[in-house]
Design a protein around this ligand. Structure first.
Ligand code: SF4
Length: 332
């Protein structure tokens, strides 16, 4: 990697950078660490296109980490609904409160790393982008670009980090990280990389080899296990009975339909009114919906017309839509 390549990378970034609400333009004052942190947590599971309007709503409602720390768990969890993986929202709350207690975000990756929900990548990204620390932040986009640059089929983490660290020499670390993220997202894409417009093409071993997409080698994914569960649909006077899931575990603390534990096989002897399928990170779930006449567990009656306010996660929203869509009561 020559200094020349890093300079071309930064020039390409200056000319083409994506305007995102958590970013600062290259060369200007670094962005607010609160916004960098929040965007990185949201982006861990979801695309930039989905995150952008949700991010704007979040910071419109809670413009500072202190404001977020002072909000109620329920308000934050319902604002998070649909952004996936609710353990992240729980860590988000814990992290905001810890940062507010400290009086602000720490400024190094090592100190950021100990905050709830902040892993190796996120801590490095915040430190480099918001505080200018020369620390390599490697996400899947950056990993792919460097694996291709060096024609590494199975790159180790330290080899990738070392290359990125070298590219930061004499440059603003945050600009290098963001330039690489953008290049991976828009030019060095997983399929059909746009090498003809890539500023790194003269240095790229994969490009020279003609087998650009062979690097890095694809990981063979294990099939997702299938799980099954029941959800109970109990309605009265235009309302449905909802409960809150236990704070720990999948969808922890979220509003839900009551139901069974999720297991490896279907429950015998039930007569479901319908079923939905939902894919989680580590398994697929088939949820059978069973109509009950009496409410189960501790909960509350939620009006059909005000389901949005309950902050139902996608799984239960799909279930409610299925049950309500059946006789068009939502449209009534
Ligand atoms: Fe990726 Fe092509 Fe650029 Fe190499 S030349 S980094 S393969 S876009």
């Amino acid at each position: 990697m020559t200094a020349n390549a890093a300079e071309r990378l930064i020039q390409h970034y200056v000319d083409n950078f994506r305007r995102l609400p958590w970013r600062a333009p290259p060369g200007s004052q670094p962005p607010d660490p609160y916004r960098v942190w929040l965007s990185e947590i949201m982006l861990q599971q979801t695309t930039v296109a989905t995150v952008t309007p949700r991010f704007e709503r979040f910071v419109g409602r809670w413009p500072t980490v202190q404001a977020l720390a002072a909000a109620s768990d329920e308000d934050i969890l319902s604002e998070w609904a649909g952004l996936g993986y609710y353990a992240r929202a729980r860590n988000l709350i814990a992290c905001a409160r810890e940062v507010a207690r400290r009086g602000g975000f720490p400024s190094t990756a090592a100190e950021l790393r100990v905050l709830p929900g902040v892993g190796a990548y996120t801590s490095a990204a915040i430190a480099a982008i918001a505080f200018g620390e020369r620390v390599p932040a490697v996400d899947t986009n950056v990993r792919r670009v460097i694996a291709r640059l060096e024609a590494l089929a199975r790159p180790g983490r330290s080899a990738i980090e070392q290359r990125l660290f070298e590219m930061m020499h004499g440059q603003r670390p945050g600009d290098v990280v963001q330039a690489m993220m953008d290049l991976g997202a828009t030019v060095c894409r997983p399929a059909k990389p746009r090498c003809e417009i890539c500023p790194l093409a003269p240095d790229c071993a994969a490009f020279a080899s003609g087998a650009r997409e062979a690097f890095p080698a694809r990981r063979v994914k294990a099939p997702r296990p299938q799980r099954h569960g029941l959800a109970y649909w109990t309605e009265r006077a235009g309302c449905v009975w909802l409960v809150r899931r236990p704070a720990k575990g999948l969808l922890g603390g979220m509003a839900a339909l009551p139901g069974s534990e999720w297991g490896d096989s279907r429950s015998a002897g039930v007569n479901p009114a319908g079923s939905i399928r939902h894919v989680f990170t580590h398994f697929s779930l088939e949820l059978q919906l069973v109509v009950k006449t009496e409410p189960e567990g501790e909960g509350w009656w939620q009006p059909f017309g005000d389901l949005d306010a309950a902050g139902l996660p996608t799984l239960y929203r799909k279930a409610a839509d299925l049950m309500l869509g059946r006789d068009d009561r939502l449209a009534a």
